[in-house]
Ligand binder design. Structure first.
Ligand code: HEM
Length: 415
């Protein structure tokens, strides 16, 4: 299909003077993006070539915000276009992120029972209790990895245990899917779905199918049954829609929470002054969490498709063309954030950064994400007064799915 598109499609003809020969996903960007993102953030929209076809890139804060908020011109519904295979990880499932209103509005409503104030209050109490037990273990060990020993455990407990109410022996089905997404990040243009991912994906689908059937037959007092109960009358919700709901609740949140906690601890441990300020009071901790979200956004690009031919800030977009919004760069726009490469938790954030997106797709889990990170990071920095990087010069290896920038490990000492 891609070859046919490449040969015949006039939409693939573009103004090459607007082409930048950069690799958006190079290891330089993954490892140390600040200066690069700051430079991109002052650049008007441009093209990159992927798999022989143009894709539009939007980096300036104002441009990215417009693109996030204008779902009529910038659609979430996937269109066939060369070089976009790495974004097909949901295997065509009706997920909220791959739809526009009105279908999107309905799918997003299915997620609502997960974030009711009553449920969030119960989850908050559960996270606090669990983090307490983890810190006892860490104190006894004297050292820990903020990713494997802490963030992953907090996140799995929060989402799979407290939110979805699944037994711990089944969590592996889901963590396997998150880990498998990194195979998509490495997928060369034109390649089929990676076998290693399909294996864990199919296992997840089989697991969710039987869970949904069991809860339909015999509802329990858990989120799965509540979502089914709230929306399943008169067969209004299909099993694929339910699977999509559970998988996006889990996959949208799991590595995001891990990464948010780990980057924040890494940032604070690099800088004793910032760590002291974060420890001083609630404003310091909240400032650290807001600044870490800006400097190290968990997902640093978002994808849309142009719904028609139009000129966007000087760039001629063609109908169906992928548009990559680099919110990582927008968070470093020097016209919005003074001296953007500096991590400073005292910074007054003049505009909300784009790390949770904007518009109808704005992150529905943002309250839970902030809540869990505040509890987890707050508990670690207040309990361990000798908290420090195991190696003071440590810089994390960076991994994750196609849109992610996640530290592989952050080794810390507390003794
Ligand atoms: C620091 C943590 C998090 C960050 C930085 C983050 C970031 C984002 C961003 C940027 C979007 C919009 C993507 C786009 O417009 O293309 C989004 C959407 C979404 N997020 Fe999060 N997220 C986080 C945590 C969570 C958590 C904990 C959950 C669930 C428990 C979650 C579930 C979702 C869902 C379901 C959507 C899709 C909403 C829609 O399409 O209407 N996220 N997130």
């Amino acid at each position: 299909m891609d070859d046919i598109l490449l040969e015949q499609d006039t939409r693939l003809v573009f103004d090459r003077s607007k082409l930048k020969t950069i690799d958006l996903w190079s290891s330089a960007v993954k490892y140390d993006p600040g200066a690069i993102w700051m430079e991109w953030a002052t650049t008007p929209p441009f093209f990159v070539e992927v798999g022989g076809a143009p894709q539009a890139v939007v980096t300036r804060y104002e441009d990215a915000k417009i693109a996030f908020e204008d779902h009529e011109r910038f659609s979430n519904v996937k269109r066939p276009w060369p070089g976009t295979e790495k974004y097909y990880y949901w295997q065509g499932l009706p997920v909220v992120t791959d739809n526009d209103p009105p279908a999107h509005t309905r799918l997003r409503m299915l997620l609502a029972p997960a974030f009711s104030p009553r449920r969030l209050a119960a989850v908050e109490a559960g996270i606090k209790a669990y983090v307490g037990t983890l810190l006892d273990e860490i104190a006894a060990a004297g050292a820990f990895d903020a990713v494997a020993d802490f963030g992953r455990r907090v996140s799995a407990h929060t989402l799979l245990g407290l939110l979805l109410g699944l037994p711990e022996q089944d969590w592996q089905v889901f963590t396997g899917i998150s880990d498998g997404l990194s195979a998509y990040a490495r997928l060369p243009p034109g390649s089929p779905a990676p076998e290693e991912f399909l294996k864990v994906w199919n296992a997840g689908q089989a697991y969710c199918d039987s869970l949904i059937a069991a809860r339909r037959a015999q509802p329990q007092d858990d989120l799965v049954s509540h979502i089914i109960g709230a929306h399943d009358d008169a067969g209004k919700i299909t099993t694929p829609e339910l699977y999509a709901t559970f998988i996006i609740l889990y996959a949208g949140g799991f590595s995001s929470i891990v990464t948010y906690i780990a980057w924040t601890l890494w940032r604070l441990c690099r800088d004793p002054e910032q760590l002291a300020l974060a420890r001083a009071d609630a404003a310091g901790l909240n400032g650290a969490l807001a600044e870490s979200l800006r400097t190290d956004p968990v997902g640093w690009t978002a994808l849309r498709y142009a719904t028609k031919n139009f000129n966007f800030a000087g760039l001629e977009l063609k109908e169906g063309m992928p548009v990559i919004m680099v919110e990582g760069a927008s968070n470093y726009d020097p016209r919005v954030y003074e001296d953007p490469c500096r991590f400073d938790l005292r910074r007054t954030q003049p505009r909300e950064n784009l790390s949770f997106g904007a518009g109808v797709h704005r992150c529905i889990g943002s309250t839970l994400a902030k809540l869990s990170a505040r509890i987890a990071v707050g508990a670690v920095i207040s309990r361990f007064q000798h908290l420090r990087l195991s190696d003071p010069d440590f810089r994390p290896e960076v991994v994750g799915g196609p849109k992610e920038r996640a530290p592989k490990a952050v080794p810390l000492r507390v003794d």
